[in-house]
Design a protein. Structure first.
Length: 83
């Protein structure tokens, strides 16, 4: 059971800012992950974290995104860092 509610962009009780954050995450990633749904509880913090992730893992990289993801996942498995 999630400690933070996983917000749904179609829920009418979700704040406008949270819905906007989910829309931005969907546009950037192409799909929504539960991480995005949890971060939508604090959209400002979610945006900051996603910007950090983008800066560390994507910005200035010469690798195509799929190759970068493969390298990231390989390092995760080799170091026993399972999600």
């Amino acid at each position: 059971m999630a400690r933070l509610p996983l917000l749904d962009e179609t829920d009418p009780t979700v704040s406008k800012d949270s819905r906007q954050f989910l829309a931005e995450a969907l546009q950037a990633r192409g799909k929504l992950l539960n991480l995005h749904r949890a971060l939508a509880n604090r959209p400002r913090a979610g945006r900051a974290l996603l910007e950090l992730i983008h800066t560390v893992y994507r910005a200035g990289s010469t690798l195509p995104p799929k190759d970068a993801e493969l390298a990231y996942l390989t390092a995760t498995v080799v170091n026993d860092c399972y999600y």
